[in-house]
Design a protein around this ligand. Structure first.
Ligand code: XMP
Length: 557
């Protein structure tokens, strides 16, 4: 195993004064989104953050009653009907009496039902586009709303009457109680006054509700009083202050992958604690062409203290003859942990650490951590974690991006002055090109794939669409797959060839859960195909993958 380089860290300037610990969570005004299990709950969170307002998504039964920074609450939709035995329920009174509340779909139905309204199965499932044919222009929720505003419905139940204290404020052709409110200071029960509650049976968080963001702005800013001071710059300032306080004079280890999240986490930490941070970047031999060298150089330019470890020989040796995709993943995962741990141990035990290396930092982001609930209320998606550091190292986890969505991570990267090509990088699978070579792995196959992939990715970066955007930035992810166990006949000059096909893949997506194949221009594909066949020895045929996810997946393995 070769150690490539240990850079000398340049001191970076820290420009902030100290704030109290956990400033972000405790002092930043926040909206709480109670998750009743809807698929669009994360989207509500993103929309609120787009309004420069901090929010937390919490399971419906985990309301932070003692948190003084809460300024308003949103109740999400749910896969359940309010009448299901297993429906998620909670005592709403302590929340409704203290905060303005917006119930969306199930959230609206739950509030209506709690105070004596009725919810019944809708005659036909109310799904798709609808128009607010009537709404109360004077209600603060509908400030700046246009006539007949398009909204998106998606519910099997509908509210058939609302409690006497509530007033209808919006209707569509099919849904009489599309929106209602209960003004502040309305008596909800003996001695309990409402702080203002609103219910909408449509989904303002989805793109098809054309004024959904306006509605959320009206609620979050006008009704709840958000000062809209959550921004990437404010995040950097407060996070740097927090990290300084949290870490003090300790040392921190961080694993870099070349991806956006770990890179931004490293630069943020570097700004906070300078050369107390040591990063480890492992090359397993299946990165893109020159990626290890180029990314190491980028990291150095950013002033990071990086140890680059070329462990490709070990990975190739352990992968020899293995073609099963899951087996490949297991071997790569195991070897990665081994190599990383060996380096981490050396740092922890080194003289220069002086027993002060106490932290392992990770680029975990918010969607990695949001707990989704299954039907029994158990957590089905648990915290993402990098595998098994030995206990005796006794390292605590530091996850400075754990409150951010991906687009916010990118904005933070820009605030930190990181180069655009690092920030807009496509996602790349941890096992790298190993899951894009169908069959066993050899250095020669990796070389062929790297060459073809390099032509394709460079082409995507260079091709500018008529609207001024590069194809690379237009697609979510792209790569080449080598069908290394297949050969097909071709002809080159006067020669017959018998070589491998490759498949180009490019998808559009927002979260990789679903994806559509990208409609790349024919002239671009023709040029890339020509270039690959002419320049990459071992490839004589280029195909384009036109499968969407589902039923296909983004990677072929
Ligand atoms: P699929 O192929 O499941 O990919 O549609 C969804 C996203 O996950 C990435 N991916 C992986 N990332 N280790 C990773 O770190 C893996 O084993 C892995 N498999 C798929 C894939 O590139 C896409 O972004």
């Amino acid at each position: 195993m070769k150690k490539i380089r240990r850079s000398i860290l340049r001191e970076t300037k820290c420009f902030v004064t100290l704030h109290s610990n956990s400033f972000i969570r405790k002092k930043m005004q926040k909206i709480i989104i109670l998750d009743f299990g809807s698929q669009t709950t994360q989207l509500i969170g993103r929309r609120v953050r787009e309004l420069d307002t901090f929010c937390e998504i919490l399971p419906y039964n985990k309301f932070p009653y003692d948190d003084p920074s809460v300024i308003g609450v949103i109740l999400s939709g749910s896969p359940f009907s309010v009448y299901d035995e297993k429906a998620f329920k909670l005592d709403l009174m302590p929340i409704l009496s203290r905060y303005p509340v917006l119930g969306i779909c199930y959230g609206a139905q739950l509030m209506a039902q709690t105070f004596g309204g009725n919810v019944e199965p809708a005659g036909s499932r109310e799904y798709g586009r609808a128009n607010l044919q009537w709404f109360d222009h004077t209600n603060p929720l509908f400030k700046h709303f246009e006539e007949n505003s398009q909204v998106w419905m998606s519910h099997g139940d509908t509210i058939v009457n609302i409690p006497s204290e509530f007033k209808v404020i919006g209707s569509t052709e099919d849904v009489q109680y599309a929106a209602y409110w209960c003004p502040p200071n309305t008596k909800l029960s003996e001695g309990v006054l409402s702080n203002g509650l609103w219910g909408v049976q449509f989904h303002p968080e989805v793109f098809h509700s054309l004024q959904g963001t306006q509605l959320l702005r009206n609620f979050v800013v006008d009704i709840c009083g958000s000062k809209q001071n959550w921004s990437s710059a404010s995040f950097v300032e407060t996070a740097v202050a927090e990290l300084k306080q949290q870490i003090g004079s300790d040392r921190v280890i961080l694993g870099l992958s070349g991806g956006v999240d770990s890179s931004v986490a490293a630069v943020l930490l570097n700004r906070a604690i300078g050369n107390q941070l040591t990063c480890i970047f492992v090359d397993h031999g299946m990165l893109r062409k020159n990626e290890f060298r180029d990314v190491l150089r980028d990291y150095e330019c950013l002033g990071l203290n990086v140890i680059g470890v070329d462990a490709s020989q070990k990975f190739f040796a352990d992968l020899a003859g293995v073609s099963d995709p899951e087996q490949k993943r297991k071997i790569i995962g195991r070897d990665f942990v081994e190599v990383f741990n060996e380096q981490a141990k050396q740092i922890v035990n080194s003289k220069s650490s002086n027993g002060k290396c106490r932290w392992l930092a990770q680029g975990t982001i918010y969607p990695d951590r949001i707990e989704s609930l299954n039907i029994t209320g158990k957590v089905i998606k648990s915290h993402h974690n990098v595998g098994g550091l030995p206990k005796e190292m006794n390292l605590q986890l530091c996850e400075p991006l754990k409150w951010l969505f991906k687009d916010e991570v990118r904005r933070v990267g820009r605030s930190l002055g990181m180069p655009e090509h690092l920030i807009t990088r496509h996602p790349f699978p941890g096992p790298g090109l190993a899951v894009r070579i169908l069959g066993d792995i050899t250095p020669e196959k990796v070389r062929i794939l790297q060459e073809a992939d390099d032509i394709y990715i460079r082409g995507l970066r260079e091709y500018v669409d008529p609207d001024g955007e590069t194809l690379y930035n237009k697609v979510w992810q792209a790569g080449v797959v080598l069908l290394s166990d297949v050969c097909s006949v071709g002809v080159m000059g006067d020669e017959r060839t018998y070589e491998h096909p490759v498949a180009l893949r490019a998808v559009t997506s927002t979260d990789a859960m679903t994806a559509d194949w990208a409609k790349l221009p024919y002239d671009f594909m023709a040029r890339v195909s020509n270039d690959i066949i002419n320049k990459v020895k071992g490839v004589n045929r280029v195909c384009y993958d036109i499968s969407s996810k589902p039923p296909a997946t983004i990677e072929w393995e």
